[in-house]
Design a protein around this ligand. Structure first.
Ligand code: ARG
Ligand code: GLU
Length: 721
């Protein structure tokens, strides 16, 4: 036995020195300590200090969290910003109508005065970050329960945040890392006047649509442009006509030199969520149990919505953003589950766990602290499985009915009307807000489509979700309609106030406090309330308990993994904080006998052209330029127009719109996706299959310059040949 353990340990130690090129989302603050040497070894020519510095301006001052879920980068001293088309999509969509169909035709402001404001859109810069683990964990010990621990951490964090923003217009946040073993403080600056400057037509910005989404070879011109406006003092200001373009401390230099296979690149942005250090039970739950259910439900919704969009132009505008969102996660889940199976991900985790268990037995300190971890994980995940599945059926199924989510939005009104302490003026104010959101909802709503969604989701839910774990009202209705629950749609959609904008508007216009009874009796409101009540009373307590247990287990497990592999360089899971991923431009082999090149070209767009398929219609103006081969200075040395490229940078959702920089820190691409075979990298990274997909910056500028003729924008950028 002794011998066996030491062999295992030796193997583990050796393993830590084998570098897995590309894996990791690193903290800018720790770059010089952990990564700079390796980055130089594989080609970087700038320093860690050029990338992140709190003493002088650095590349970080040109990067923003865009709209909460994407990344953007500044490309001029006038606050001009680049991000993806799919990140600007909802803004572009909100400005679109049948008359001004910017989604279809594209949009280019000819002058700054024509740039379009976007209520609710903001961008956030990171001002500084600091390791505050000591301060946050002060007063915490291993004996206390999770709740006490959390409250101490919260109190400590509050003090730090208050101190950090004193006398400034900044905001600050303390975030946990490595499952709560470390904490960092982030100070940020947020701008709320962000205007739409330009977007290509969808047949460029979304070329290939959901068919090509998550896939390589890819030809999507996935970019859009915005501009940050500030007050005259260059500080954040609410939207005003008098605001002026923001002058950033740094904007990126754009390189037209292009890239070669093997070149060093890095991605600087705000990755959202990864979970790299979970036990096998958790990966099994996601990849093998819950993804398949969600995939099936999303498939049903997409079939309905896609059919509607094919049949009608207005419905295409109304449902395009919603369909893109549903399809995006649907396809990601398919890729993720396949990827985990293909790399034997669960078996790999199990092998690791066997070694882990042996390691805990190698010393009594370890066995006392960590010996029971894996059995505890196993029991917790097993017990939770049916609840997790029932929850998935609610969120992916019942919430897929648009009316359910919309009607529930009136819950607050019901509460306020029944609350004597609320004045009529309070209620009038709320009605005003509800009318605005009702208009926004109905602008993009089709009752017929939603009735079909209702039928499909209800049927699958009542057939497939374990009966003892169904919403009681749904179970009752299913019995009433003798199992054919989709027949309930007539009663529900005809009687409800919420499915018809005229009816609802009239009701809200004449609303008076006692009308709340009508809402309380509304069948859609009743259904929504029943679903939420079931969630809140039956599922939520169990879900909360599960997360509380797994959070503490995971924190310990993380600490144990770091202790066991003391020589290994660990990167923290993504949590929407600023990170650097670096790697090389690289081709890959997605399947036996299939090799994928590392770049695509405009010729490939012409090969995919199909006027009969919406996703593959080629923009006539683009075709004209192609026919003349009129690429100007944006052509590659090989004379072709490069469109996209892949590299081994470890990225995830939230990295959309992130700048892809070369060895000199110049902008060469805009990250927008990952290859399908590698989408399991949120759980496990496979260096053979994981590639990020970037738009070649030269294609982006070619569209702006040659096709849109937006010379004024090209002129404000810093471009090197
Ligand atoms: N897969 C990319 C991401 O996760 C692009 C999504 C938008 N595009 C689309 N066709 N739905 O955000
Ligand atoms: N398209 C993703 C986003 O919106 C990036 C792709 C990924 O998940 O890597 O952030």
């Amino acid at each position: 036995m002794k011998l066996k353990i030491s062999t295992v340990l030796l193997a583990l130690v050796l393993n830590t020195y084998i570098s897995r090129a590309g894996e990791g989302m690193w903290l800018p603050l720790l770059l010089s300590q952990l990564n700079e040497k390796e980055m130089h070894d594989i080609g970087m020519r700038i320093t860690a200090e050029d990338i992140y510095s709190i003493n002088h301006s650095s590349l970080k001052d040109a990067i923003v969290l865009f709209g909460g879920g994407c990344t953007g980068e500044l490309v001029s001293d006038q606050g001009l910003l680049l991000t993806n088309h799919h990140c600007g999509y909802s803004s572009i969509q909100r400005h679109s109508s049948l008359d001004h169909d910017y989604l279809t035709n594209g949009f280019w402001a000819q002058r700054q005065e024509e740039e379009l404001p976007n209520a609710g859109l903001s961008v956030t810069f990171l001002v500084s970050m600091a390791d505050v683990s000591m301060e946050v964990l002060k007063g915490v010990n291993d004996k206390m329960n999770q709740k006490t621990r959390d409250s101490i951490i919260q109190a400590n964090s509050k003090v730090l945040v208050k101190e950090a923003i004193k006398g400034t217009h900044y905001t600050a946040q303390v975030k946990p890392f490595f499952g709560g073993n470390q904490y960092y403080l982030f100070v940020s600056e947020t701008f709320t006047d962000v205007r739409l400057v330009g977007a290509p037509p969808s047949n460029i910005g979304k070329f290939g649509g959901d068919t090509d989404n998550w896939m390589w070879p890819r030809h999507t011109g996935d970019f859009s442009m915005f501009r940050i406006y500030a007050g005259k003092d260059n500080k954040p200001a609410e939207y005003s006509k008098n605001n002026v373009p923001y002058h950033p401390a740094k904007h990126l230099t754009i390189s037209l030199k292009g890239i070669q296979e093997g070149d060093f690149t890095f991605v600087y942005g705000f990755p959202g969520t990864t979970q790299e250090y979970l036990p096998s039970y958790a990966v099994d739950m996601t990849a093998l149990q819950r993804n398949p259910i969600a995939i099936g439900l999303r498939q049903q919704r997409l079939d309905i919505i896609d059919r509607a969009m094919e049949s009608d132009r207005l419905m295409r505008i109304q449902y395009s953003a919603k369909a893109a969102g549903i399809a995006n996660t649907w396809k990601k889940m398919i890729g993720e589950s396949r990827g985990i199976k293909r790399m034997d991900g669960i078996e790999k985790k199990q092998d690791f766990e066997k070694n882990f268990q042996l390691w805990t037995q190698s010393n009594s300190g370890y066995s006392e602290k960590y010996g029971q971890l894996l059995p505890a994980f196993s029991k917790t995940y097993n017990d939770y499985a049916p609840i997790g599945i029932a929850y998935t059926y609610v969120t992916e199924g019942l919430f897929g009915i648009e009316l359910v989510r919309f009607a529930y939005g009136y819950n607050n009104l019901v509460k306020q009307c029944n609350d004597k302490s609320k004045s009529d003026a309070d209620i009038r104010k709320l009605i005003g807000q509800l009318r605005i959101s009702a208009d926004a909802f109905h602008k993009n709503y089709n009752r017929n489509v939603d009735m079909q969604l209702f039928g499909a989701m209800m049927s699958t839910y009542s057939l497939s979700c374990e009966t003892t774990m169904q919403v009681p009202l749904v179970k009752m209705k299913s019995a009433e309609y003798k199992g054919n629950i989709s027949k309930w749609d007539d009663e529900l959609f005809n009687k409800t106030l919420f499915a018809d904008s005229l009816k609802l508007n009239a009701f809200l216009a004449g609303f008076n406090r006692k009308d709340v009874k009508k809402i309380e009796k509304d069948p859609a409101y009743l259904l929504a309330s029943a679903i939420y009540a079931y969630l809140q009373n039956s599922l939520s307590p169990k879900i909360t308990a599960f997360y509380s247990t797994t959070d503490s287990l995971q924190r310990l497990y993380m600490a144990a993994q770091m202790e066991m592999q003391a020589g290994k360089r660990f990167y923290p899971d993504a949590n929407s904080t600023l990170r650097i991923a670096y790697g090389k431009v690289m081709s890959y082999q997605p399947a036996d006998a299939v090799g994928y090149n590392w770049f695509t070209t405009l010729d490939g767009i012409m090969q995919k052209e199909n006027p009969d398929i919406y996703d593959y219609v080629v923009e006539p103006r683009l075709k004209a330029l192609y026919n003349l081969r009129d690429y100007g200075r944006y052509a590659d040395a090989d004379q072709s127009m490069h469109v996209a490229f892949i590299a081994s940078n470890h990225t995830t959702g939230g990295n959309s719109g992130s700048p892809v920089l070369n060895a000199d820190g110049q902008l060469v691409g805009i990250n927008f996706d990952r290859c399908w075979e590698g989408t399991m990298s949120d759980l496990m990274y496979d260096p053979d299959q994981c590639r990020n997909i970037s738009l070649d910056i030269r294609y982006c500028l070619f569209i702006v310059d040659k096709m849109a003729g937006a010379k004024r924008l090209i002129e404000e950028m810093t471009i090197v040949q």
